[in-house]
Design a protein around this ligand. Structure first.
Ligand code: NAG
Ligand code: NAG
Length: 383
């Protein structure tokens, strides 16, 4: 499977450079010509633009150091893929639905929160850190948003007109926490058995958005190769037989590939049911795997090594001293600070990607060459 992905990458990668060039001109003048006037996003930390930290305020530096110069509610040093997509469409960065101060929802809303799952969680944020705002809750929030939009009849300066509900782009990037949260306790084979219900939840959400909100355009992101995350690698013995030639956990990445096939198949079924909708499967996995495997080919220096972490070594990740934390370890003060050059890293904190990686992933995604069916950039924004 991985061989196949790499084969695809070799031919598809040059397109990314073309897309990058295209974007730098189109982003600037996209403001009036974008087909999508708004984006509604559902997801987890990979696309949370401040929702979790609006509900549970406490985010600290060095998060946000690269782009925002302050903690900006994102699990990165800078912008996320969804931020780059919004900017490429000439839209403002998405306001979190949960953020009551300073939000502007005229161009969409972001329901994603860090640590969200697709399935309803059986645990609490205070026990395992799992967000209470799972996909079903995010869908309910979208319905409440729709109710408020309809009630305001265009007279609320913070809200869009109701026509935006059908015209908007709906993006979904969730499932990773359903996969990873039980890996340690249950093992990958057991977790795999739960994945069909995760995928069903996503497909069911698309159909509900279609029928209850009138959504017609969907981009659904697949799962990235978490087996290359420093957070998981740091826990394995170096001579583990479960590492591939690039140093990633084979069994975890195998589980991810299995999930992605389930998702792709399920979306094919959704397309048959919702024939006048555009349901795009976005292969973020292929781009991210390529960055982890060949960072230097894309202007980066480090693959599976955290920029912000503690402990040094190969992965610079210590689960007890997470990015931004200061603790006493073995009687000594330990701080997990950021590296001086996050622009050279794929991994920001051992789990989440840097702004540098996110920009490369976003431009590849926007190019359309990682989407099924192929997603034409001109549909996003005409030049
Ligand atoms: C929570 O528990 C129920 C009942 O045991 C189960 O059906 C469901 O899949 C569990 N959810 C998760 C996210 O594990
Ligand atoms: C997803 O499924 C479509 C058919 O529905 C197929 O053409 C495409 O190659 C699949 N993509 C991946 C990455 O598996």
């Amino acid at each position: 499977m991985q061989i196949g992905c790499r084969g695809t990458m070799r031919t598809a990668w040059p397109l990314l450079l073309v897309a990058t060039a295209l974007l730098s001109t189109s982003a600037a003048r996209a403001r009036r010509t974008c087909r999508f006037p708004a984006v509604f996003n559902f997801g987890d930390s990979n696309s949370d633009t401040g929702g979790f930290w609006a509900a549970f305020p406490a985010q600290q530096g060095p998060f946000g150091m690269t782009y925002f110069g302050r903690p900006a509610g994102r699990a990165s040093d800078g912008r996320l893929v969804i931020d780059f997509i919004a900017q490429a469409m000439g839209l403002p960065l998405l306001s979190p639905y949960l953020q009551s101060i300073g939000s502007d929802y005229r161009h969409g809303a972001n329901f994603a929160t860090l640590a969200s799952t697709a399935l309803l969680p059986n645990t609490s944020v205070f026990v395992t850190g799992t967000s209470p705002f799972s996909l079903g809750i995010q869908l309910n929030q979208m319905k409440e948003f729709r109710n408020r939009v309809l009630a305001s009849k265009g007279n609320n300066g913070q809200l869009p007109g109701s026509e935006i509900l059908g015209d908007a782009l709906y993006t979904i990037d969730i499932g990773q926490n359903d996969f990873t949260s039980n890996l340690g306790s249950l093992g990958v084979e057991s977790v795999k058995r739960s994945l069909p219900s995760v995928v069903s939840q996503i497909s069911w959400t698309i159909q509900d958005l279609y029928s209850s909100i009138g959504a017609r355009s969907f981009m659904v992101f697949n799962m990235v190769p978490v087996g290359c995350y420093p957070a998981f690698l740091a826990g394995l013995p170096r001579d583990s037989k479960d590492l591939d030639e690039f140093g990633c956990v084979k069994s975890y990445n195998g589980g991810v590939t299995y999930y992605n096939q389930l998702l792709n198949d399920s979306l094919a079924e959704v397309r048959k049911t919702l024939q006048d909708a555009s349901v795009v499967y976005v292969d973020k996995h292929a781009v991210t795997l390529e960055l982890f495997q060949h960072p230097t080919a894309h202007g980066l220096k480090h693959g599976a090594r955290a920029c912000c972490g503690y402990g040094g070594g190969t992965y610079n990740f210590d689960r007890d001293v997470y990015c931004g934390d200061s603790k006493v370890v073995n009687g000594e003060a330990a701080t997990a600070g950021a590296c001086a050059d996050p622009q050279n890293y794929v991994s920001w904190d051992g789990i989440h990607a840097t702004e540098a990686a996110n920009s490369r992933i976003a431009y590849a995604v926007i190019s359309g060459s990682y989407s099924y069916p192929p997603f034409d950039l001109s549909k996003l924004c005409s030049p």
